[in-house]
Design a protein around this ligand. Structure first.
Ligand SMILES: Nc1ncnc2c1ncn2[C@@H]1O[C@H](COP(=O)(O)OP(=O)(O)OP(=O)(O)O)[C@@H](O)[C@H]1O
Length: 329
């Protein structure tokens, strides 16, 4: 299957100079991965592991104090490649048409004093070259697929429920039929039933368009529902990657096993064990494997050497000297 996105040894740090003292937060530190056409690639990991920083970097949406220190992000939109940090001028026309970004808390980005129809005109009209009435019909047909009535176009955002606002954001992000969609915690603010509804619709749109999605959430149960493959981040690094089903049934990294074991299961009344310690300070991460101070399987070597991300026994990749010794959740 063809890759639509290739990230190679990407490093993006938050760099602050305070009174002449330089401090670098290594939020994305040497990540390499690729996303295939027509797949949902999930990125998981606890808070502050660098998920949002990674997808901002791959969307070319970085602002100071964040800086790309090295590596590359290359999209292949139907044979037309864009190297985000070597051809930044090529990204602007690609936005919305080829690549769209559903940001964290996006349902609150709709302008509160303008009717929803203006958001569609502002974002999509220049890419969908139709006369105004044909454009309106196209938007209404798209809204209908997302189970939204045409009347939402005349509504102000506060007149819509949270679930409807989120569906409007998904409609905005997909109306130009982009090849690539980036979604950062798109359902976190919604209650569980509405979450499922929104996820199902997003998956439907993705399947219909044949697009690829990079989907970020810390919620592993959401990944189980939507992601085809999963990348697990810990402290700015990718520690495991693989097909979602394989990763859930046979995690190879102790951190992945912990994330899965902490999910609630119906009928299982055993207490959940939390990990000892806290995620590391990314301006002074520990030597060796960044997970070793919290890892139940850590050996002396883990504090000395950084494990490479290598092919795993389940067909994915894993960065752990003890991979394969992890007990199933
Ligand atoms: N503007 C900033 N300046 C300095 N450090 C930052 C800044 N924004 C984020 N960070 C740091 O970068 C690291 C990664 O943060 P990021 O928001 O990417 O994590 P995340 O996995 O998306 O977390 P969450 O799930 O809470 O959104 C954290 O240590 C965070 O404190």
């Amino acid at each position: 299957m063809q890759d639509v996105l290739t990230i190679s040894d990407l490093r993006a740090y938050y760099v602050n100079d305070l009174f002449g003292v330089r401090r670098e937060v290594r939020a994305v530190d040497g990540i390499s991965l690729s996303v295939r056409r027509n797949e949902v690639y999930g990125i998981a990991g606890e808070s502050s592991s660098g998920k949002t920083s990674l997808i901002k970097t791959l969307a070319g949406a970085i602002r100071p104090p964040m800086r790309v220190m090295g590596g590359s992000v290359v999209f292949d939109f139907g044979g037309r490649t864009i190297d985000v940090y070597r051809q930044p001028e090529a990204m602007r026309p690609a936005r919305w048409r080829h690549l769209s970004y559903i940001m964290q808390g996006s349902m609150n980005v709709l302008n509160p004093v303008r009717r929803v129809k203006h958001a569609f005109k502002d974002f999509a009209a220049r890419h969908i070259r139709l006369d105004p009435s044909a454009f309106r019909r196209r938007v209404e047909a798209h809204l209908d697929r997302l189970h939204l009535a045409p009347s939402v176009l005349e509504a102000f955002p506060h007149q819509l429920s949270g679930g409807m606002r989120q569906r409007v954001c998904i409609a905005l992000a997909t109306v130009c039929e982009p090849e690539f969609i980036i979604a950062d915690e798109p359902t976190t603010a919604l209650d569980v039933l509405v979450q499922l509804d929104v996820l199902r619709l997003l998956k439907e749109v993705q399947t219909r368009l044949g697009s690829s999605i990079v989907f970020v959430t810390h919620d592993m149960s959401v990944h189980a529902a939507i992601s085809d493959r999963l990348g697990i981040m810990y402290a700015g690094r990718l520690v495991e990657e693989g097909a979602t089903a394989a990763l859930f049934s046979r995690p190879q990294h102790p951190y992945t096993a912990h994330l899965i074991a902490s999910l609630p299961r119906i009928g299982d009344t055993r207490p959940r064990r939390s990990l000892q310690g806290r995620p590391p300070n990314l301006s002074a991460p520990p030597m060796g494997c960044r997970f070793h101070p919290r890892c139940p399987l850590a050996i002396e070597r883990c504090g000395r050497e950084v494990p490479d991300l290598l092919p795993s026994a389940t067909g994915g990749r894993v960065a752990c000297f003890r991979a394969g010794e992890v007990s199933a959740p």
